[in-house]
Write a protein that binds this ligand. Structure first.
Ligand SMILES: Nc1nc2c(ncn2[C@@H]2O[C@H](COP(=O)(O)OP(=O)(O)OP(=O)(O)O)[C@@H](O)[C@H]2O)c(=O)[nH]1
Length: 183
């Protein structure tokens, strides 16, 4: 079972408004990201966000790892997650399929070198245990620490796809990428 996970929590403090609700391509970034995961082959898509109707973080205010941990606990061992941040609107199905194909072929967690998200993440007890301990003892942590602990594979990103690995975190980045103010 391949399950998409949109990370759509957090404070959006740099953007100064909720990134998930920004208008993009006639819809919202959140809806855009969900559709992208389905187009990439995910049979189900979870949205991690601390609001009613979404997958809530078991450890609140823990950053992206809080959302990832909750999804690992929500899915059964043996399934796999495709984790996508909501603020990467130029990612394509081709980019995510490259990640998924590599992860499935190697039966391993994978990410693109120098860019920790998106990631392909098999649901394992080892990943759950690591995050449970990290978040219970430290309250938060780095995505890099998870990838390192589970020996995730850093993939080279094909040159033509690399420009898609772009997070829009600030109004200036948004303006430059879309030609419009974020709204
Ligand atoms: N579920 C969940 N997702 C989060 C959390 N913090 C960040 N994210 C998501 O993780 C991705 C990367 O987040 P960041 O850009 O580092 O943090 P942010 O809170 O969105 O924005 P800043 O406040 O500007 O740092 C984004 O897709 C966020 O929506 C959290 O506590 N829980």
């Amino acid at each position: 079972m391949l399950v998409g996970l949109v990370l759509a929590g957090g404070k959006s403090s740099r953007m100064q408004q909720d990134k998930a609700l920004l208008a993009f391509a006639g819809t919202s970034l959140l809806t855009w990201a969900e559709a992208l995961l389905r187009q990439s082959g995910c049979e189900e898509v979870l949205v991690s966000r601390n609001q009613p109707g979404f997958l809530a973080d078991i450890y609140p205010d823990a950053g992206p790892l809080g959302g990832i941990y909750s999804a690992l606990m929500h899915q059964t061992i043996g399934s796999s997650l495709v984790v996508l941040p909501v603020d990467m609107p130029f990612a394509s199905p081709e980019l995510l399929q490259h990640l998924i194909n590599a992860g499935q072929a190697r039966a391993s967690a994978c990410y693109f070198a120098d860019c920790y998200l998106p990631m392909y993440l098999p649901v394992t007890q080892a990943a759950r245990d690591f995050l449970q301990h990290l978040l219970a003892t430290q309250g938060q942590g780095r995505v890099k620490a998870l990838l390192h602990h589970i020996n995730a594979i850093a993939l080279p990103c094909p040159a033509d796809l690399a420009p898609q690995l772009r997070n829009l975190n600030t109004p200036a980045q948004w303006q430059q990428a879309t030609g419009q103010s974020p709204q």
